[in-house]
Design a protein around this ligand. Structure first.
Ligand code: EPU
Length: 343
C-alpha cells in the first residue's frame, strides 16, 4: 500500500476540476482498508473516500487521506434455480458489472447500464433509471467505520434507501463501502413501462425482449439523451426531481399544462426538474466556464472552468430562478467534497 502526497484528482472526478489530495492511497483488500484507517488515525489525517468521482463536486483541495477503492472482484456466493447472491468489490466499474451480470444470465440491473461510477458508489445515492433503483437488488452492503475501523454488514433494510438517498450519503464521513452483495434473478422481470424504452424495443423489432435487449435499449437512449461525460465533463443529473403536494401541482399545471408529473404512492407527486429548467429558457445558460447542457437541462457541464465552485454557483442561479418563478425548491444531487484549503 503506497501513500502518495499532493496527488492530482483531475482524472478522478468526471467534472474534471483540478483538485489535489493531501495524501492518497489505493485499497485493494480488507487488510488495506484497515491499514488505511489505522494510518489516518495515527497521523491525524481525516479520511475521505473517492471512487470514480462521477457524483461529486470537488469544491477545493482535499485535506487528510483520500482512500480510493480498487477491488474489482466478483464472487458468486450462492446460486439456486431462481436467483444468485453475488459479492462485488467496491472498485469494480459499475457499467462493466451490469454488462457482465447480464452476460452471466443474472438479471435485474439491465436498466442501470451506462451509469458512470463504481459499484461501491452505487448504493450511496441509490442510483436509478427507467423505473429501477439499485436498492431493489442489494442484499447487503459491507462497509468499514472510518473512525473506528470496525467492519460492518448492513442488510438492505438498514441502509435507509430512498430516491437518490441512503445512510451512506447521509453519513458520508462515517462509512467506506468495501463490497456490495447483490441478489439477482435468473428469470427476467422486465420493466418496459417507460415509454422511451418501449418505443426503442418496438422500433428494433424486439417483440419478446430479453434483458440484453433492454440493456441495449437503455444504453442507446442514454447515449443519445445525455451528454457524453468524456466530451462534456459532468456529474449526471445535478438536481433531484422535486417531490411536491397536489396543491402545488394544480398551480403549476395552470401555467405549464404539459408538465410531466408522476404520482407517488403517498399522495405526493414527483415533477420533472428538467422540464421546469427548460421552460424558463435556462438550457444552454453559461456561467464562468460552466453551462447548463444544451442536450439535457438537468446536467451541468464544465466547459472550461478550473473550479468546482463555479458549477455550484451556476446550480444556485438555476435553482433560485426556478424557485422565484415556480416556488419549487430544487435539491442538489451530487455530493460536495473539499471545503477548506488548509494544507
Ligand atoms: N425534459 C425536458 N428537458 C430536458 C430533458 C428532459 O423538458 O432537457 C423533460 C421531458 O419532458 C422528459 C422528462 O423531462 O420527458 C424526463 O426526462 P428524462 O427521461 O431524461 O428523465 P429525468 O427525470 O430528467 C431521471 C434521472 C436520470 C435517469 C432518467 C431516466 C433524476 C434526478 N434523474 O432524469 O438519472 O437517467 O430519469 O430514468 O432522477 C442521474 O441521476 O444522474 C441520472 C441521469
Amino acid at each position: 500500500m503506497r501513500v502518495q502526497s499532493q496527488f492530482s484528482l483531475l482524472d478522478y472526478n468526471t467534472l474534471r476540476v483540478p483538485s489535489m489530495a493531501e495524501h492518497w492511497v489505493e485499497v485493494g483488500t480488507l487488510k488495506d482498508w484497515s491499514a488505511a484507517i489505522d494510518m489516518s488515525r495515527e497521523q491525524g489525517w481525516s479520511p475521505t473516500i473517492l471512487a470514480g468521482g462521477s457524483n461529486v463536486v470537488l469544491k477545493d483541495d482535499l485535506s487528510g487521506l483520500v482512500i480510493h477503492p480498487i477491488d474489482d472482484s466478483v464472487v458468486c456466493l450462492e446460486e439456486s434455480s431462481t436467483d444468485v447472491l453475488v459479492e462485488v468489490g467496491a472498485g469494480a466499474s459499475w457499467d462493466w458489472w451490469v454488462r457482465y451480470s447480464v452476460s452471466q444470465g443474472w438479471y435485474g440491473l439491465e436498466h442501470l447500464v451506462s451509469i458512470p461510477g463504481s459499484c461501491g458508489a452505487a448504493p450511496v445515492q441509490n442510483i436509478g433509471a427507467y423505473g429501477v433503483e439499485v436498492a431493489s437488488f442489494i442484499d447487503s452492503v459491507h462497509c468499514i467505520d472510518l473512525q473506528s475501523g470496525r467492519m460492518r454488514e448492513l442488510p438492505r433494510d438498514e441502509c435507509d434507501f430512498e430516491y437518490r438517498h441512503s445512510v451512506f450519503k447521509a453519513e458520508a464521513a462515517q462509512w467506506g463501502i468495501t463490497h456490495v452483495r447483490f441478489r439477482l434473478l435468473k428469470q427476467s422481470q422486465l420493466k418496459t413501462q417507460y415509454q422511451e424504452v418501449a418505443n426503442w424495443l418496438t422500433t428494433h423489432n424486439c417483440l419478446n425482449p430479453e434483458p440484453s435487449d433492454v440493456l441495449r435499449a437503455v444504453a442507446s437512449i442514454r447515449a443519445t439523451k445525455l451528454p457524453d461525460v468524456v466530451q462534456y465533463p459532468n456529474v449526471g443529473s445535478f438536481f433531484k426531481n422535486p417531490v411536491v403536494t397536489q396543491a402545488t401541482v394544480a398551480k403549476l399545471v395552470e401555467i405549464l399544462p404539459s408538465l410531466p408529473v408522476y404520482a407517488l404512492d403517498n399522495g405526493v407527486t414527483k415533477l420533472s426538474a428538467a422540464y421546469l429548467i427548460e421552460a424558463l429558457g435556462l438550457k444552454g445558460l453559461r456561467y464562468r466556464g460552466c453551462q447548463v447542457s444544451e442536450q439535457h437541462a438537468l446536467v451541468l457541464i464544465n466547459t472550461q472552468s478550473g473550479r468546482g465552485d463555479h458549477c455550484l454557483e451556476l446550480a444556485q442561479r438555476v435553482s433560485d430562478t426556478v424557485y422565484e418563478q415556480f416556488g419549487v425548491v430544487l435539491e442538489r444531487e451530487p455530493s460536495i467534497l473539499g471545503t477548506s484549503r488548509d494544507f
